[in-house]
Design a protein around this ligand. Structure first.
Ligand code: PEP
Ligand code: MN
Length: 278
């Protein structure tokens, strides 16, 4: 009996996932905001965050299950348990989910659990990983977010896209997340000029991750406003239900109130440039 119930639930989830995957991550006329915690820490944390995101009328939630941390002693993510929670969020709220793939070994299992595969800054030049993600995303109709390497030129970034798309016809969305410069006031330096440059050189959509770029929550809203004004197609922003308790990147995460304020302000700017927030 339990088995049958489980099977029906699985079929329902699979068909939901399929419908979701047929839709593009970046839609003409819309600013797509992907919000959520740096890392998935527990079901309660992810669920409470999802409720806020859903109530704001957004469609995508992020959450790291496998965390590529600079220090091996930092929290490394809930891994498969985190993927399970992301699937449950999709089933419960209909939110599409985004998570980072860090290794060729877990591309398949991640692709079975989420809608969008994120490639982090540290892996932009991991060409074996890019090719594998291209193949699996093509087979399973998943979208890909390719973050810019923090020391990569725009030309290198665009060539990295081809490692994904020469394998299969996959929707790849670029994500500028800050580059390393001599400046230490912010975690990285957000290269907003990448947006018009990418628009000039390619037809690829580009979103901005202000959180990792600035590294401080109070700078996230101003840089997000600038990102939309300069023509970015969306944002990838870290938000946490209680940032001061976060196991990862709490200092740069928006709380629920700040996320609401971000969406409120961006709705105004989007209106001026004839776009809607989703
Ligand atoms: C992230 O988005 O969780 C992340 C690790 O970002 P980045 O790869 O830009 O450091
Ligand atoms: Mn983070």
């Amino acid at each position: 009996m339990e088995d049958k119930k489980e099977k029906i639930k699985k079929i329902k989830n699979d068909s939901k996932n399929k419908l979701i995957s047929d839709e593009k991550l970046i839609k003409e006329g819309y600013i797509t905001i992907i919000a959520g915690p740096c890392a998935i820490e527990s079901w309660e944390q992810l669920d409470a965050g999802a409720r806020v995101i859903k109530d704001l009328g957004l469609s995508y939630m992020r959450g790291g299950a496998y965390k590529p941390r600079t220090s091996p002693y930092s929290f490394q993510g809930l891994k498969e348990e985190g993927l399970k929670y992301l699937k449950e969020i999709n089933a419960k709220y209909g939110l599409k989910t985004v998570t980072e793939v860090t290794d060729t070994e877990n591309v398949e299992i991640i692709a079975e659990s989420v809608d969008v595969l994120q490639i982090g800054t540290r892996n932009m030049s991991n060409f074996a990983l890019l090719e594998k993600i291209g193949r699996v995303a093509g087979e399973k109709n998943k979208k890909v977010i390719l973050k810019r390497g923090w020391a990569a030129s725009i030309k290198e970034w665009l060539l990295a896209v081809e490692y994904i798309t020469h394998i299969a016809d996959v929707e790849v969305v670029l994500c500028e997340r800050g580059i390393r410069t001599f400046e230490t006031s912010t975690r990285f330096t957000l290269d907003l000029s990448a947006v018009p440059v990418i628009k000039k050189l390619s037809k690829l959509p580009i979103i901005i991750d202000p959180s990792h770029a600035v590294g401080q929550s109070d700078l996230v809203i101003p840089m997000s406003r600038a990102a939309i004004a300069v023509g970015a197609d969306g944002l990838l922003v870290e938000a946490h239900i209680s940032p001061d308790k976060a196991l990862c990147d709490g200092q740069q995460s928006l709380n629920a109130k700040e996320l609401m304020e971000l969406v409120r302000q961006l709705k105004n700017i989007a209106g001026v440039i004839g776009k809607k927030i989703r």
